[in-house]
Design a protein around this ligand. Structure first.
Ligand code: PGA
Length: 253
C-alpha cells in the first residue's frame, strides 16, 4: 500500500523569515496529516533549508530543489549532498521542468544525481512531463518514457523503489490549466507500466507517483481518487499555510 504524499514546491519564493513562519505555523498540521496517513513536505530554497529544519515539525519532509552529484570541489554556485545532509536534508527534487528549461538539467544529469543520492540514503523526487506541443501531437507517453528510462538507468529494483516520481505536464504548471484527472491517471498508470517492465510488478507497485500542475485545494481530491496517483507536487497553492491545510483536507476526503 503506497502512502499518500503532499510536497510543496516553493520554487524561488520566501525569505528565511517567511519560511520560518510557515515552518512554525504548520507544526500541528503535519501531525494532523500523518494521523490521516499522509506524508507532507515542502521544498524551500537553499538559504531557507536550515531555518525550516530547525523550526518545522521534525516529521515534516524537507526537500532541496537541486543538488550536485560531486561531494565537493570547483563547482561554483553548486551545493553537495554532504552539505545538505549536514543541515538535516534527506530529500531532493530533481528534473523539475523549470530546471530542465532554464538550467539545462537533462534526464541523464538527473540520473547521476539520483545514483549519488541513493548511495547516500537520500530520497530523490524525480520530475517528468511533456510540453504543450508534445501533448498536442499525442506524443506524451513516448516522451515521458524516455525521461523515466534515462532517469532510472542503471538502478536495480531495490534502488528504484526508493525514488519518488512527479508527473507534471509543463502546460499545466502555474497556468491554472490543470490536466483532467483522466489525463493525469492515464499517463501515471503508463509510467507505472514502464517501471514494471524495468523493475518488475512488485517494485512498480511500491513506487510513489505524484501529479503536479495547478493542483489546488479544489481539485486535489479528484486526483487522489485515481488508482495510480499517490499524491501531489504543488507550487502556488503550497505557499500559504491556510491553502496547504486545505490541500491536506482535500487529500483526506
Ligand atoms: P503549480 O506548480 O502548482 O504552481 O502549477 C507545480 C510545480 O511546478 O511543481
Amino acid at each position: 500500500m503506497r502512502k499518500k504524499l503532499l510536497v510543496g514546491n516553493w520554487k524561488m519564493n520566501k525569505t528565511p523569515e517567511e519560511a520560518k513562519a510557515f515552518a512554525l505555523s504548520s507544526k500541528e498540521l503535519v501531525d494532523y496529516a500523518l494521523a490521516h496517513d499522509i506524508d507532507v513536505g515542502v521544498a524551500p530554497t537553499f538559504v531557507c533549508l536550515q531555518t525550516v529544519v530547525e523550526n518545522a515539525n521534525k516529521k515534516m519532509i524537507i526537500a532541496a530543489q537541486n543538488v550536485n552529484e560531486h561531494d565537493h570541489g570547483a563547482y561554483t554556485g553548486e551545493i553537495s549532498i554532504p552539505m545538505l545532509k549536514a543541515v538535516g536534508i534527506s530529500w531532493v527534487i530533481l528534473g523539475h521542468s523549470e530546471r530542465r528549461e532554464y538550467n539545462n538539467e537533462t534526464s541523464e544529469a538527473c540520473n547521476l544525481k539520483i545514483k549519488a543520492l541513493l548511495a547516500s540514503d537520500m530520497t530523490p523526487l524525480y520530475c517528468c512531463g511533456e510540453s504543450l506541443e508534445i501533448f498536442e501531437k499525442g506524443e506524451t507517453k513516448e516522451f515521458v518514457e524516455k525521461q523515466i528510462r534515462a532517469g532510472f538507468a542503471g538502478l536495480n529494483a531495490e534502488e528504484a523503489k526508493k525514488v519518488v516520481i512527479a508527473y507534471e505536464p509543463i502546460w499545466a504548471i502555474g497556468t491554472g490549466k490543470s490536466a483532467t484527472k483522466e489525463i493525469a491517471e492515464d499517463t501515471i498508470a503508463f509510467i507505472r507500466g514502464v517501471l514494471a517492465s524495468l523493475f518488475g510488478e512488485e517494485a512498480a507497485e511500491e513506487i510513489r507517483i505524484l501529479y503536479g500542475g495547478s493542483v489546488k485545494p479544489g481539485n486535489v481530491a479528484e486526483y487522489m481518487s485515481q488508482k495510480d496517483i499517490d499524491g501531489a507536487l504543488v507550487g502556488g497553492a503550497s505557499l500559504e499555510v491556510e491553502s496547504y491545510h486545505q490541500l491536506i483536507e482535500g487529500m483526506i476526503k
